[in-house]
Write a protein that binds this ligand. Structure first.
Ligand SMILES: Nc1nc2c(ncn2[C@@H]2O[C@H](COP(=O)(O)OP(=O)(O)OP(=O)(O)O)[C@@H](O)[C@H]2O)c(=O)[nH]1
Ligand SMILES: [Mg+2]
Length: 268
């Protein structure tokens, strides 16, 4: 399968906000910082789709992305980020569990583990949970580019033993080197019978309407700023022209939008 389009649908902060879009969902779980959001970006070839960070705890909401107008990739917050504090961890757990319990569209769960790190108790608990509820999953060993080629197989074996799986149940992937990405897409393809899926026209037109609305809001804001600064620019121009020996002021005076000034000031 080839990804030809990827768009952000929505973020959910409370599971009550979860909505069934009537399309297959493919979901990424794993400890914080393991590379879930980066993998979604690499699969869709769009570095800006999901927010990533070198520090753990970046994704705090359930984020949904519409792919090829036919299925949804779901980016979940990570688990096991101790520094986030007990309250935040509890909230994220509620959100992850709530999503797994509530989604009727969940077709595959990709459980991500770092290829260099022994799977944690939380990874094992996640797998037990998925076994218990008979959910389809596949383990992906991330950041494979961080290991020399010769160490990939032995590392996969160690992870498999730790998780009680066969070596073939784990696929190595890398958002950096792109290793395994086509295999992941093909796996999604065969599991959801991609060819048989029809585009969800209601969702697509809602997203297009939202996009248009955002664009026109932006244009209206821009116009307002231009109008507000117009007077100032003319005044400066007149003052400059009135000054003896003044250089000719270009009629293309650049306006600095007020919000840009505000932001810069705030950053100091
Ligand atoms: N070398 C390498 N680095 C990676 C790879 N995937 C992710 N990273 C890095 O790992 C860090 C965490 O990546 P994220 O994608 O934000 O991880 P996450 O699992 O979404 O983290 P949370 O949102 O906190 O749960 C970032 O610095 C990424 O650049 C990979 O395949 N190779
Ligand atoms: Mg993330």
């Amino acid at each position: 399968m080839k990804v030809v389009s990827a768009e952000f649908i929505t973020s959910i902060g409370k599971i009550a906000g979860y909505k069934d879009y009537g399309m297959p969902e493919i979901t990424f779980v794993g400890r914080s910082n393991v590379g879930k959001s980066s993998l979604i970006n690499a699969l869709t070839n769009n570095k800006k789709l999901a927010k990533t960070s070198s520090s753990a705890g970046r994704t705090r909401l359930v984020n949904l992305f519409l792919i090829n107008q036919r299925f949804i990739l779901v980016d979940l917050p990570g688990y096991g980020y101790a520094k986030a504090g007990k309250e935040a961890q509890k909230e994220w757990k509620k959100l992850i569990d709530g999503y797994l319990e509530n989604s009727n569209q969940l077709k595959i769960i990709f459980v991500l583990v770092d290829i260099r790190i022994k799977p944690s108790e939380l990874d094992k608990q996640m797998l037990n949970y998925l076994y218990f509820y008979n959910m389809s999953f596949k383990v992906l060993a991330t950041k494979a580019d961080k290991l020399p080629k010769s160490q990939i197989k032995p590392s996969l074996h160690k992870i498999a033993v730790e998780l009680g799986l066969g070596d073939d149940d784990i696929m190595p992937v890398s958002a950096e080197s792109k290793l395994g990405l086509q295999e992941v897409l093909d796996f999604i393809d065969t599991t959801i019978e991609y060819e048989k899926l029809k585009p969800n026209t209601t969702l697509i037109s809602t997203l297009q309407l939202n996009k248009k609305a955002t664009k026109s809001n932006f244009n209206a804001k821009k116009q307002k700023v231009m109008n507000a600064t117009k007077g100032t620019a003319t005044k400066i121009k007149t003052q400059a022209n009135n000054t003896k020996g003044a250089q000719k002021v270009s009629t293309k005076t650049k306006h600095t939008p007020r919000y840009a000034l505000k932001n810069r000031k705030g950053k100091k």
